[in-house]
Design a protein around this ligand. Structure first.
Ligand SMILES: NC(=O)C1=CN([C@@H]2O[C@H](COP(=O)(O)OP(=O)(O)OC[C@H]3O[C@@H](n4cnc5c(N)ncnc54)[C@H](O)[C@@H]3O)[C@@H](O)[C@H]2O)C=CC1
Ligand SMILES: O=C(CO)COP(=O)(O)O
Length: 345
């Protein structure tokens, strides 16, 4: 196999992409790498200029100083060329459109990492499936990084753990070394499907928790939604061949708790706005950033239905986002379901 280049690239200079590039840079500095090459691809020239010239991303991470070794470009081909690691950090619905350019310039030994917590609408594809299909990427060169990873807290260097999942443990370890640092601790596993699905569905559950907030419900309601949300996530993970242990880990319970508890979560915030009576359009406009749950929920329920998996909270969220269900009738609908024993089934 060709040697893997040490240039590291993040595609997407939003809040998580920029923070992840900082994680890579701080890890390289900590490990004593001489002149680390860490590049962000930004869609907008003013964002690239802000990062390269001022080491700031004012739009997405105001007040955060970025490492001196970070630079940014708007040229995706130039960014990807010669990189050993290509990290995808753009909204799920935008990924497919960028893959032909990435494929044309991808180093034959490069690893692709997805930070994306969404499914593609229309195909229900996970990012691992999209990359395999559109990049012709073998499983051992793909990984997903997911966990309780609210970008702003990590940008502020608050201690955080995450999961790096790849079918090939050596690939996961290679990435773990390059992300590990003074405030970021990756754990590795091989359950790509489980980690991806946990990250996607927790955004849908966070919408439901946000609606509880917006309606003025307290912690009992929210804990009930979180716990039953985890149960329906488990059913989908297992039906797709993922592992039950992943649910109890950082990418499962860890991320669900962080997102559903945090005022920083865009998905929870979007749900709160819906609960307070805003329309889907109004809630989306308020956010100005990606709330993957709103976009992916239809793909989640489609995937679940195709696999015969019951996901009542996701179904209800899908109906709310489609404008077919009023948030005021949500609780009654969920509570009126048939009585059954507690558990995953
Ligand atoms: N922000 C966070 O705390 C975390 C986010 N994620 C996931 O990371 C992914 C990226 O999220 P964020 O960086 O937070 O989003 P963001 O909303 O902060 O930024 C999105 C980025 O994608 C770019 N973008 C939007 N439309 C595009 C298009 N058509 N083509 C190319 N680029 C486009 C934007 O310019 C921006 O740079 C999402 O899937 C999200 O669920 C995962 C973990 C944590
Ligand atoms: O995925 C996240 C934390 O791990 C961020 O969640 P939001 O996209 O809801 O802000």
């Amino acid at each position: 196999m060709n040697a893997r280049p040490e240039k590291l690239v993040v595609v997407g200079a939003g809040s998580w992409g920029t923070t992840f590039a900082k994680v890579l840079a701080d890890s390289a500095i900590e490990r004593g790498v001489v002149e680390p090459e860490i590049v962000l691809w930004a869609r907008r020239p003013e964002v690239a200029e802000d990062i390269t010239a001022r080491k700031r991303n004012t739009d997405y991470l105001p007040d955060i100083d970025l490492p001196a070794c970070l630079s940014a470009t708007t040229d995706l081909a130039e960014a990807v060329a010669g990189a050993g690691l290509v990290v995808l950090a753009i909204p799920a619905q935008e990924v497919r459109g960028h893959l032909p350019t990435i494929r044309a310039h991808l180093d034959p030994a490069a690893v692709v990492v997805s930070l994306v917590k969404g499914l593609e609408r229309g195909t229900d594809a996970r990012m691992s499936e999209l990359c395999a299909e559109e990049l012709g990427l073998p499983d051992e060169r793909f990984a997903v990084v997911s966990g309780p990873n609210l970008a702003l807290e990590i940008a502020r260097q608050e201690p955080t753990a995450t999961v790096v999942a790849s079918a090939d443990p050596a690939t996961a370890e290679w990435i773990a070394v390059r992300t590990s640092g003074p405030y970021f601790r990756p754990y590795t596993n091989t359950d790509v499907t489980g980690v991806e699905i946990c990250g996607v569905v927790k955004n849908v559950i966070a919408l439901a928790v946000g609606i509880c907030d917006g309606l003025g419900y307290g912690d009992n309601s929210k804990a009930s939604v979180i716990t039953r949300g985890l149960a329906e996530t488990a059913r989908l993970v297992e039906s797709l061949g993922g592992q039950a242990e992943t649910l109890a880990g950082l990418a499962g319970l860890g991320d669900l708790v962080a997102t559903c508890a945090s005022p920083l979560s865009r998905n929870r915030t979007a749900g709160r706005h819906l609960g307070q009576g805003l329309s889907v359009e109004e809630a989306t406009a308020r956010l100005k950033q990606t709330a993957e749950g709103m976009k992916s929920v239809s793909a989640v329920v489609d995937l679940a239905r195709r696999h015969g998996v019951e996901m009542p909270i996701s179904e209800a969220m899908n109906a709310v986002i489609a404008g077919a269900l009023d948030v005021d009738t949500l609780a009654g609908l969920l509570l009126a379901r048939d009585l059954k024993p507690e558990g995953r089934s």
